[in-house]
Design a binder for this molecule. Structure first.
Ligand code: SF4
Length: 549
């Protein structure tokens, strides 16, 4: 989805790459909604803006979507209104201004052949062109979501079976996707041909019929499900009353798993492609210590993602590892517009130094990445203010110089400090005594280990600029007709927005369509703020067309 808003602060929330969502699905369990709730709870780190669940009782779909964390979006009464043995769910990443229920997923629709719900982790890179074509033919969209484009394509397909309709739709799109579709009696899970975003399959041993799919296997741990395997790149799993079928509707392509999942996005207790994220991060720290050694008294991580790399660095260098920064786990997003005098509270709210660990010491600070540099600068100052004699910053990934177009929330290239500053300049900006990044080769070697695919099986475009999938980061044509569906339908008491297909068939249930140019929110002007000696635009509307779900 394209709706994004200007950052109001340089706090640590915005000075990070952010994954945009997590998906979870379960087939064949009497408590499908409750288990999906728990699965989404375990995937909360992949998105905190909104959460949604759609279930099926075999005859019809039931949906609830709401803003906020999973625990806020769902109370017991809402879960009780989601009957059935099949469910899919979604969590979505938050920004301060792009939050709206219309962007929440799963998208649930009725079309000529029944009901369909879909949730998506990733980004379709040619969605703009397809959308323009569909709009020319009369389709009306309710949001800026690229996922909605996919729904229109499925509905417009001339194929008969749902798996063939989805296959035909996917043949027209490009990009990164892990998708879950739900019909009245089937779940279909699909991963893009390059396997950029993760998706895995599990089984609940207490109920041999209950198959589960999720972005990360940590979602299985919480509900007692066993990890079976990763869904393979380009694979479609059809799960219905006759079991589970594997199909290959798309041409195979070279695998390009997102390397940033290992660096930062995934939970350290996850396994991605069968590899422990914790162990990979520790190996990144070890490689970093070999490439950028420094004499120091203590190694401290920026919690939480810097912890395993910090342990690897300290162990390799035989320097004591300490928790010199403590992270508060009870801080949500702050919506205050701080005055300059209290602007640094954004980072202070989350991190606090442990003075006895730092005072008088030569400190190595391990972090996973530097995006704009603003947070790193505040962390270095925080450590120095706590009495550190020297502060050496070490980053367990290469300089992030390029935006992501494959489903990750990133600033524009211009805002990425490493795109226009040398390592020495960045070190001066963040006021570190020394700064060292892990090399691209060192990162890929550490992540790939003994993989058959080797380093070339990973996407590393945000570090190297080598994009594996073509994209057109263009705006939509200004003259494109823009429709907006203002109808809400009550599904079993839960409010859910629906997409309409004027080119296919009028829905069985929808009321009148309302198309209004005025209904489209106006884009906000960008604010300009200082970034070292350069200036950078903070307007999300001027950023790359990195769409989000
Ligand atoms: S560009 Fe970076 S964040 Fe995006 S998919 Fe590739 S490795 Fe992951």
């Amino acid at each position: 989805m394209h709706a994004r808003a200007a950052s109001v602060d340089d706090d640590s929330d915005d000075d990070r790459f952010h994954d945009q969502c997590g998906v979870f699905g379960i087939y064949g369990h009497t408590e499908a909604a409750n288990l999906t709730y728990l699965g989404l709870h375990a995937l909360q780190h992949r998105g905190q803006e909104s959460a949604g669940i759609v279930t099926s009782d075999g005859r019809q779909l039931f949906a609830h979507r709401a803003m906020g964390l999973v625990q806020d979006a769902f109370k017991q009464e809402q879960l009780e209104r989601l009957p059935g043995r099949i469910a899919i769910g979604h969590v979505r990443y938050s920004t301060s201004g792009g939050s709206h229920i219309k962007n929440a997923q799963p998208i649930a629709v009725d079309y000529a052949r029944g009901s369909l719900a879909v949730c998506h982790n990733g980004n379709l890179t040619n969605a703009e062109e397809i959308r323009a074509e569909l709009e020319q033919k009369g389709s009306i969209f309710q949001s800026d979501s690229d996922t909605e484009v996919l729904v229109h394509l499925v509905a417009a397909s001339t194929q008969v079976s749902i798996e063939d309709r989805i296959g035909e739709a996917l043949a027209k799109v490009q990009g990164a996707y892990s998708l879950l579709f739900l019909t009245e009696d089937t779940i279909i899970a699909v991963r893009d041909p390059m396997g950029i975003r993760p998706l895995c399959l599990g089984l609940l041993p207490s109920s041999k019929e209950a198959h589960v799919v999720a972005s990360e296997p940590t979602a299985f741990d919480l509900i007692g499900a066993e990890y079976v395997r990763d869904v393979e790149p380009g694979e479609m799993l059809v799960i219905d009353g006759s079991g589970i079928r594997s199909m290959r509707p798309l041409e195979p392509k070279p695998q390009r798993m997102c390397v940033f999942e290992y660096v930062y996005f995934a939970r350290p207790d996850s396994r991605i492609q069968g590899k422990s994220v914790y162990e990979v991060r520790r190996a990144l720290g070890t490689a970093l210590a070999k490439e950028h050694p420094v004499d120091a008294d203590v190694v401290i991580p920026v919690p939480d993602s810097g912890v395993p790399s910090g342990i690897g660095y300290a162990s390799e260098r035989k320097i004591p590892f300490e928790m010199g920064l403590i992270r508060s786990h009870y801080v949500g997003r702050t919506f205050i517009e701080p005055q300059q005098s209290i602007r640094h509270f954004g980072v202070r709210l989350k991190l606090n130094p442990v003075e006895p660990v730092l005072r008088g010491k030569r400190v190595v600070v391990i972090d996973d990445s530097i995006v704009r540099g603003t947070t790193s600068r505040k962390i270095v100052k925080m450590v120095r203010d706590a009495g550190a004699r020297e502060v050496h910053l070490r980053i367990s990934s290469p300089p992030t110089q390029w935006p992501c177009y494959y489903g990750i929330d990133t600033p524009t290239r211009r805002e990425l400090i490493a795109s226009s500053h040398s390592v020495d300049e960045i070190a001066r900006y963040v006021t570190a005594d020394t700064l060292g990044y892990l090399s691209l080769e060192g990162m890929l070697r550490s992540v790939s280990g003994n993989d058959a695919g080797g380093p070339q099986s990973f996407c590393h475009a945000c570090f190297s600029g080598q994009y594996a999938i073509p994209f057109t980061p263009t705006s939509r044509r200004p003259d494109a007709p823009r429709g907006r569906l203002a109808t809400q339908r009550q599904v079993d008491g839960s409010s859910v927005l629906h997409t309409a297909f004027v080119h296919v068939a009028r829905s069985r249930h929808f009321g009148p369509f309302v198309s209004s140019q005025a209904a489209r929110p106006r884009r906000r002007r960008g604010r300009w703020r200082s970034l070292g000696s350069r200036r950078a635009c903070t307007s999300r509307s001027r950023r790359s067309r990195c769409t989000r779900r």
